[in-house]
Design a binder for this molecule. Sequence first.
Ligand code: BTN
Length: 242
Amino acid sequence: LGHPIFHYASIGSTQAPLKEMAAQGRPEGAVVVADEQTSGRGRQSRRWESPPGGLYGSVLLRPKLLPRMVQAVNLACAMAMGDALAELCGIGCEIKWPNDILVRGRKICGMLSEGAVEVDQIHHVISGFGVNLKVTPILNDPLTEATSVAQEGGKVPSRHHLLSHFLKRLDFYLGTLRMTPKYFMETYASRCCTIGMRIRGTWGDNIIEGTAEGLDQDGSLLIRLEGGDVAAFSAGDIKHIR
Ligand code: BTN
């Protein structure tokens, strides 16, 4: 992963060029990074403020996995970035399902995955990552507070160093996901602060509330509902509630 790397001083969104490359059949591993984004995108159609001072990038993945494992690829990205931040910056990170990275409950990195599946395999996934290094942009999400590596007193790594560490870890976790999926899910669960929490999940107009108990084999969140039933939640946003 990371061959080649395309660098932009400024771009709308790093996701865009990779979408075209994916459609044109470019193999796995291409990366786009930018010093700033003018229309960075977050999950749930939110904006992602991307001023200079953060790492904004996207990677093209073509994992040889079943279509239903797209969510699991998201989880692998979160683990990889969590490792990279902990190892290079010396800050303790937790993962909020599926792929927000939090430090002391505040968001330091957000990830956005967009992909396409074929009947029997994932066609491609474009995973975008926005990491707050020196700046703490405002999150367009009233219920989440942001932080940055600098604000947490961590060592601010060079963007190149952080990117290459992330890609190395991502390669490793995608391998683990393919070879030993059960072990992968156990490792993810041990890093995920959502497990054990009461949560509210929303997708579209639907709301689900309960206690996050674990993950199923695809990486969906298993939620114990009031009545005792367990539901698998795979798409949408969740909030941790009391
Ligand atoms: C979120 O938490 O809502 C996801 C944020 C993802 C932001 C990154 S920055 C690089 C890539 N390009 C984008 O437009 N978005 C992602």
